[in-house]
Design a protein around this ligand. Structure first.
Ligand code: SDX
Length: 423
């Protein structure tokens, strides 16, 4: 890293602090403030708006220009030419696989898709109407009970096995969560099916009927997983890194990431978009809701709009919209009222000064829910789908940190509480 300097002068302190400034291969320079704590000074950045928490080589986002690169490859090209497992390999290993590497990786994932049979009994502790993300948090966290002792995170081979197990088992667990909620028997994965075909097979087939998976829907499912695969240091990935920095096992770290993703401001937004469209109900009500979204005294926000980093169109939303059109025309749902409402809402919002001025554009969650609903996935399961897609990104960031130099994450604070007083 080329080193420049930043000079920090604080009123009332004679000393001028000279801080190293580093440049990455792309993106903003960073000021290394690590030395400030020994001078009795902290930086202050609630929500980490201006804080680089780590150095990473996995994903690059340029929010102003709507750019998203995975190991340098634009998301638009990966969505068009790659597939989810190949992109997962790219995120984990830094390069696209050769055809032999891709076959071997796909084969490895295929042969880790089953879960320990005792996991089936875990589900019995949940009510049938438990939120799927609650079940997912519990069951993925429980995986560490099965693999914890055999996992030395300092061993690269062990980290690879954990990565394969997690990528392979998430769809199986996601489908089990759904089957449990509707009282149908769990379906076993089938090794001859592709990753996304297998997921839709486990979701919608039963022991009584084993229909072929619609290839258009399998392709759409694969693209949805791919578009969610990674996204730099978002809230859930930062959670995985923070949990991992304590030495916790990868299953516990991914369970922590799932918990963070659940919130409606993050991965829960796709579920919230569908609920919002249902609440708006009719195009004639759109203006009322746009007013609510702009009203500071109203907590309502336009779900699926806005982003901490993208102040331009989220490049994933563009691809998601194309996929939405493909799926709905395949299913003869071009006139889907939900889609028409979403497009009208997008049009009105993008012409409204409030949204334009704040750079509030549709994000990855705005159209994904419409596709998932068309495929037949229940709204409550949408964030479970997001978690399944994001698992390669989470585990790639965990692995990047654990395989390098890292310290336990331990932020400080601005204390404004009571000064010492006697009881
Ligand atoms: C994801 O980080 C990632 O990369 C996340 C993600 C990933 O792949 O991991 O991309 C996935 O989480 C996408 C975002 C999904 N969330 C939603 O769609 C929920 C709706 N969006 C908002 O909650 C909000 O836009 C956030 C949480 C996404 C971003 O919040 P910020 O960066 O903290 O922005 P902010 O709250 O400071 O908003 C800036 C201004 C505020 O107005 P002012 O105070 O300046 O007047 O924009 C307003 C906000 O009130 N605003 C909105 C709005 N989003 C922001 N107003 C109405 N509707 C919205 N959706």
């Amino acid at each position: 890293m080329a080193e420049k300097k930043a000079q920090l002068k604080i009123d009332g302190i004679d000393q001028t602090f000279s801080l190293p400034v580093y440049s990455g291969t792309m993106g903003p320079d960073v000021i290394d403030v690590r030395g400030l704590s020994s001078q009795g000074i902290f930086t202050y950045d609630p929500g980490y708006v201006s804080t680089a928490s780590c150095e990473s080589q996995i994903t690059y986002i340029d929010g102003a220009n709507g750019v998203l690169l995975h190991r340098g490859y634009p998301i638009e090209q990966l969505a068009e030419k790659s597939d989810f497992l190949e992109t997962a390999y790219l995120l984990l290993h830094g390069e696209l696989p050769t055809s032999e590497q891709k076959d071997s990786f796909t084969n490895t994932i295929r042969h880790h898709t089953m879960v320990h049979d005792q996991i089936r009994t875990f589900f019995k502790g949940f009510r049938r109407d438990a939120h799927p993300m609650a079940v997912m948090c519990g069951v993925v966290g429980a995986l560490s009970a099965f693999y914890h002792d055999s996992l030395d995170i300092r061993e690269d081979h062990h980290r690879q096995v954990a990565a394969h197990r997690l990528i392979a088992k998430m769809p199986t667990l996601a489908a089990m969560v759904y089957k449990y909620s509707i009282g149908q028997p769990f379906m076993y994965p089938r090794n001859e099916l592709s990753y996304s075909e297998n997921f839709l097979h486990m979701m919608f087939n039963t022991p009584c009927e084993d229909k072929a998976v619609n290839p258009v829907l399998a392709q759409a499912m694969d693209k949805i997983f791919l578009l969610h695969a990674d996204h730099e240091q978002n809230a859930s990935t930062s959670t995985v890194r923070l949990a991992g920095s304590t030495g916790a096992n990868p299953f516990a770290c991914i369970a922590a990431g799932i918990a963070a993703l659940w919130g409606p401001a993050h991965g829960g937004a796709n579920e919230a978009v569908l609920k919002m469209l249902a609440e708006i109900g009719d195009e004639k009500n759109i203006d009322t809701y746009i007013k609510k979204a702009k009203d500071k005294n109203d907590s309502f926000r336009l779900m699926g709009f806005g982003h901490r980093v993208y102040k331009n169109y989220d490049p994933r939303a563009k691809v998601m919209k194309q996929t939405c059109d493909e799926v709905l025309s395949e299913l003869g749902l071009e006139d889907d009222p939900m889609l028409k409402m979403a497009m009208k809402l997008e049009k009105i919002a993008l012409e409204d000064e409030y949204f334009v001025q704040r750079g509030l554009y549709p994000n990855v969650d705005f159209y994904s829910g419409i596709i998932l609903k068309a495929i037949g996935i229940p709204t409550e399961l949408f964030t479970v789908i997001f978690a399944t897609g994001r698992t390669p990104g989470w585990i790639a960031h965990w692995n990047e940190m654990i395989s390098g130099d890292y310290r336990i994450g331990r932020p400080r604070q601005l204390y404004t509480g009571n000064t010492p007083r006697d009881y």
